[in-house]
Design a protein around this ligand. Structure first.
Ligand code: GLN
Length: 296
């Protein structure tokens, strides 16, 4: 025994530094800001420790280093400020891929996976079609389509250069060959036409208080759809007419209470609604439009 050991203070068994203890304390604190406090706590601790979530769950008695515990507490403080988990861990699973996200891009939502499924179904018969993802953000929709239909020719555009940088980086790390182009809606697409145009536009009405609460950490440009939430949808409906190939289809995600309005706007513009879909929560969320072929 050496002098250091004799004089070292007795190590107080610190329950809160076990993986299980840290998760339990954090989950309690997070229950005020999150609908999934335990899951969030596990994912944050896994991120801080550089291990998988299964390790955190399987070894609750394992002690962490002070460094990991300190890192975890810093991440937890951000989550307690209602910052979305995906911005803290910088990744989000979406459809069959996982994308990196930053505050420059909207975090892809589960409801948008329905839009991808619908696009894939439409590409079943002819998988080598041209596809345009308008307002791609992280690139999630474009990349999920390219992953599932590798012969599709996919273009992703966004008006935000910083969002497009995220989409490009995701394409590179997923090794998926899509074209990323800075373009305010169809602005830089000249007279190009596409077989399938998909779009998750901003559609939250400007006055909706969620923009300043739950959604405040995400880019307003990707969410705020003007006074009735339909400004971007009107632009897309107007401009897509000149960019759809013959028999091309336009898939638009919209707010859960906007389907009737979107269908009416589309009809006025000369579209025919091919299908209207609900999301996983059973809410009307998507329309599939075709250019109405008028008889000569
Ligand atoms: N579905 C998102 C939300 O309400 C909105 C996404 C959008 O405006 N495109 O949180």
């Amino acid at each position: 025994m050496n002098v250091n050991q004799i004089h070292a203070p007795a190590r107080r068994p610190d329950k809160t530094c076990s993986l299980g203890g840290l998760v339990a304390d954090a989950a309690r604190a997070l229950s005020t800001v999150s609908a999934t406090p335990r899951l969030d706590a596990e994912l944050l601790l896994a991120h801080a420790a550089g291990v998988g979530r299964t390790t955190v769950i399987a070894f609750p008695e394992r002690e962490t280093s002070n460094d990991v515990a300190a890192r975890f507490r810093a991440l937890l403080a951000r989550r307690l400020d209602a910052e979305p988990l995906a911005y803290i861990t910088a990744v989000k699973d979406f459809h069959a891929i996982s994308v990196r996200v930053t505050p420059d891009v909207l975090i892809p939502r589960p409801e948008t996976e329905c839009l991808v499924d619908e696009a894939l179904a439409m590409l079943d018969a002819q998988p080598d079609r041209s596809v345009l993802d308008l307002g791609t953000g992280s690139g999630a929709i474009a990349l999920a389509i390219k992953r599932a239909r590798p012969s599709a020719v996919v273009t992703a555009v966004d008006a935000s250069a910083s969002a497009l940088a995220v989409a490009r980086a995701n394409a590179r790390s997923l090794d998926l060959d899509i074209r990323c182009l800075e373009s305010d809606w169809f602005g830089n697409l000249d007279s190009e036409r596409f077989d399938l145009i998909v779009c998750n536009p901003p559609y939250v009405p400007s006055g909706d208080p969620v923009l300043d609460s739950e959604l405040r950490h995400e880019p307003r440009q990707a969410l705020d759809g003007g006074s009735d939430g339909l400004d971007a949808i009107r632009i897309v409906l107007n401009e897509a007419l000149a960019h759809l190939a013959p028999n091309g289809a336009l898939l638009i995600e919209h707010g859960h209470d906007q389907q009737a309005d979107v269908k009416a706007l589309a009809r006025k513009r000369g579209y025919r609604t091919l299908a209207a879909r609900r999301d996983l929560s059973g809410l009307p969320r998507l329309v599939v439009l075709h250019v109405h072929e008028r008889s000569p």
